[in-house]
Design a protein around this ligand. Structure first.
Ligand code: NAD
Length: 507
């Protein structure tokens, strides 16, 4: 961690603000390449010992983090509300609980997931193979501002369990929560140098990728993801990219409309719509469109918006980043200019904070920017479609494919449509929730990213998969070794025809 931020000269600091009030909360250093490299070196030195521990031992140590987190959850929630603009329930449910549960889950299951795995050989029966999983070294994590705790800390805890050191570069919009996380980590008695936080802007993230890390987990926009992928490619560092989303919700004629309307309202407005899995576009079949809109609008009207850091009980909080409010405003304005109708909301929320009102748009068309670009704010654009076939076509007409949702009472139809939609995860009759299921993989197709976090896949990606092949029966030599003989060729050729050609009963 860097020096006490408040003593630093303004040019080298970043000021974090409360988006609900506009008031400054604190400052952190804007770290340069040498500080970042020193942090990576410290993490690497600590990792040497940590990586030697058994997975069981690492799991036991990391579990203590979940315990400290729950003991001090109020501190974390207060900061998430103040720095992230969240409601208290979102801070608890979408950040704190997600991490505590993830730690508990992997502490229990990681020893089996990372245990050596036998690979039965179908042909070379006299030999045997197994995989074993080795820590990568130092994992660099570059994080966004929308879930400043659950995203990087979930990834950090998994990387530690896999035996790595971690250097985290949090978003410049929400750096204080990362520092708080490090404080809890130290209080949990984990090796202080093993997990480092380097604060700064994009250049600090770029410096981290250049500082000799062994793996990068990046979560953020598509535009930055391209730069990160290029930088990792240049250095041949493997990476996981968790990028943008434009989740469609397909509402079928047989959907439970009460459930669908509540789910879509929450899925569009939770965390002020700043969720990569947010419901970003709704395709409602003609038969249920009007009834669905009526219900969603009624739910949206009932929402209380405001600054939760004042102690008020609110449903929709502030938006963490001022520039995101401008993006949301621009998308709504352009949709309205192109013919969309504002059913509710449509403008910035209560000053002086950074708010945008929960907004429902109808009459949307697929060619509108609001249906094509990531909104990342509390806006639900709805489009009427003739049938579910048209809905799926539009759902797939996107450069993004992170999450998608289908609403139907028919389980078989739900699963069939889910399999037709191009997305990393499709939920039937629910929204968002699988991020909180650490056993399920999280990640996108198309430009939504590369690789997966969470699940055994994500845990193994944080390890190097190494392969050992050994003999079961000691033979003096293998038949394909020197010297090459025509008799060996004939025998191999006959054997290959028998093994790989038509089966004798097909001839
Ligand atoms: P962003 O891309 O602007 O920034 C993300 C992080 O990258 C920040 O820490 C930033 O400082 C850093 N960064 C910027 N330039 C860099 C560079 N050249 N090299 C290395 N790091 C650099 O994204 P954001 O605005 O913080 O987050 C919002 C985006 O994140 C949205 O598009 C959202 O969909 C996406 N997101 C995706 C997921 C997911 O799981 N797929 C989850 C949350 C957010």
């Amino acid at each position: 961690m860097g020096a006490a931020a408040t003593d630093l000269p303004a040019a080298d600091t970043i000021t974090s603000i409360n988006p609900g009030t506009g008031q400054p909360l604190g400052q952190v250093p804007d770290m340069g390449p040498s500080e970042v490299r020193a942090a990576v070196d410290r993490a690497r030195a600590a990792q040497r010992e940590w990586g030697q521990l058994t997975v069981d031992a690492r799991c036991k140590r990391v579990t203590r983090f979940a315990e400290v987190l729950m003991e001090r959850s109020d501190e974390v929630i207060d900061l998430l509300v103040a720095e992230g603009g969240k409601t208290r329930l979102e801070a608890l449910g979408m950040e704190v609980i997600v991490v505590a549960d993830l730690v508990r889950y992997f502490a229990k299951h990681a020893p089996a997931m990372l245990a050596p795995e036998r690979v039965p050989l179908h042909l070379l029966k006299h030999r045997a193979s197994y995989l074993h999983f080795v820590p990568r070294g130092v994992v660099g994590i570059v994080a966004p501002w929308n879930f400043p705790f659950s995203i990087p800390l979930g990834e950090t805890m998994m990387a530690l369990i896999a035996g790595n050191g971690v250097v985290l570069k949090p978003s410049e919009v929400t750096p204080l929560i990362a520092r708080k996380a490090h404080e809890l980590y130290v209080a949990a008695g984990l090796p202080p140098e093993l997990f480092q936080v380097v604060t700064g802007r994009g250049a600090t993230g770029a410096a981290l990728i250049d500082a000799g890390i062994d793996y990068c987990v990046f979560t953020g926009s598509v535009a930055t993801g391209r730069k990160v992928a290029a930088a990792c490619g240049e250095r041949l560092i493997p990476c996981t990219l968790e990028l943008g989303g434009k989740a469609p919700a397909v509402v079928c004629a047989d959907a439970d409309l009460d459930r669908a309307a509540q789910a879509i309202t929450w899925g569009g407005f939770a965390n002020s719509g700043q969720v990569c899995a947010s419901v970003e576009r709704v395709y409602a079949v003609d038969a249920v469109h009007d009834a669905l809109v009526e219900k969603i609008v009624a739910h949206a009207r009932a929402l209380r918006q405001g600054d939760a850091s004042s102690g008020a009980e609110v449903d929709v909080g502030a938006m963490a980043w001022d520039r995101q409010v401008e993006t949301v405003e621009r998308l709504v304005t352009s949709a309205v200019a192109a013919g969309a109708k504002v059913e509710v909301g449509g403008a910035r929320g209560p000053a002086p904070g950074q708010f945008f009102q929960p907004t429902v748009l109808t009459g949307c068309r697929q060619d509108m920017d609001v249906m094509r670009k990531e909104i990342f704010g509390p806006v639900i654009p709805i489009m009427r479609v003739a049938d579910e076939g048209e809905a799926v076509r539009h759902a797939n007409d996107s450069h993004l494919g992170l999450l998608a949702y289908v609403f139907t009472r028919d389980r078989e139809r739900g699963n069939r449509l889910a399999e037709q939609i191009e997305a990393g995860t499709v939920m039937v009759n629910d929204v968002l929730a699988t991020y909180a299921c650490p056993e399920t993989p999280w990640g996108g197709v198309k430009q939504s990213g590369i690789g997966r976090t969470h699940s055994s896949i994500g845990l193994r990606d944080l390890s190097e998969t190494r392969h050992v092949n050994h003999d079961r029966v000691a033979l003096p030599r293998e038949v394909w070794w020197y010297p090459y003989k025509s008799s060996t060729f004939r025998a191999l050729s006959r054997g290959a025809k028998l093994l790989f050609g038509k089966r004798f009963w097909q001839r």
